[in-house]
Design a protein around this ligand. Structure first.
Ligand code: FES
Length: 107
């Protein structure tokens, strides 16, 4: 099982196990990780699952589609090249050990 380390904006880490194919937002919610809210249930409309994905993993992800990019533009936290909506990301075996940093605005 891939192990994923979510890191809150205050530096608190949460190391959790995920299953391949699982939705990354759901992994955070299932493990009660503060900083991922997911108000819209995962339909890429609320932006409250925004996170900064491990830069080593970003090139392996399908790029954000037009809708995800539009929602990201509306999130209150600063955007970076590795900003993604976690509800749009499926866990893969290559994600084992990845770090997902969470924005201060979602606590
Ligand atoms: S859960 Fe709402 S945009 Fe991801």
């Amino acid at each position: 099982m891939p192990v994923i380390r979510f890191v809150e904006s205050n530096g608190t880490p949460h190391t959790v196990e995920a299953s391949v194919g699982q939705n990354l937002k759901q992994v955070a919610l299932d493990n009660v990780v503060p900083g991922v809210i997911g108000d819209c249930g995962g339909c890429a409309s609320c932006g409250t699952c925004h996170a900064y994905i491990d830069e080593k993993i970003v090139p392996l992800l399908p790029p954000a589609d037009e809708n995800e990019a539009m929602v990201l533009e509306g999130v209150p936290a600063p955007l970076t090249a590795n900003s993604r909506l976690t509800c749009q990301i499926r866990v893969t075996a290559e994600m084992d050990g990845m770090v997902v940093r969470l924005p201060e605005t979602q606590v």
